[in-house]
Design a protein around this ligand. Sequence first.
Ligand code: APR
Length: 240
Amino acid sequence: MKLTLSDHLFVLTGAGVSAESGLATFRGDGGLWRNYRAEEVANIAAWRRDPRLVWEFYSMRRRKALAAKPNPAHVALAEIEQQLGDRFFLCTQNVDSLHEQAGSERVHHIHGELMKTKCDSCAREPFPDESTYDEGTALPKCDCGGTLRVNVVWFGEMVSGMERVAYELQRSTAFVAIGTSGVVEPVASFVRALPHRNTLYIGPEKPANADAFSEYMLGPAAEMVPWLAQTFFTAKDDGS
Ligand code: APR
């Protein structure tokens, strides 16, 4: 992968980048909750059917995310961003805030944010919220009378900010995907929508869309991403 100070770097991250921070991936070991697959609780039909179950699922995820800390992969990405400034863009599928906690600023949460809540009826702005709603607690209501839900994009719902993402994909000269299985659309197709082939996948196993990548670094993100950052910095220092 060619990565220099004059590159426009688009970074895509998935659940794998937070795995070494103790947050289970969706399709790897430990991806099930009460024997439910994420797809079974993270959708509007499940919400209509049983909002309490859905809030218990996200309450569990909020507690886990609050206990998690950024790992060396998150930190290395923030360091690369410091070098590239506006030539860096990080699109994450993750709803945790570990990238921001590591110092990343140019982060777009295409599947929403776990620590924000919105109303399922009115158009009020999503607001920061770490509350959890377990058995026996009343579900949160909005002033409009609607039920409050977590600000996460559920299966079957539109992803957020595609216009900005498409702009960043088109102006990129380098693309790195980290810890994503390459099965969930539209994100899995980003690597095919680029004006270049300067692409790298980082993760312990090849993703489902592996054929679209020019290079792979097969290993855990917390080991591989700092290595990528180091090679980038070394190249920068000797001006190559
Ligand atoms: N470092 C890097 N990658 C890892 C690590 C690690 N330590 N451990 C696991 N992985 C990789 C796995 O090889 C797998 O390819 O992370 C990937 C996680 O894949 P998924 O669980 O499918 O997660 P993701 O691709 O982010 O899911 C996409 O699906 O469930 C929805 O909305 C949810 O954003 C999510 C979307």
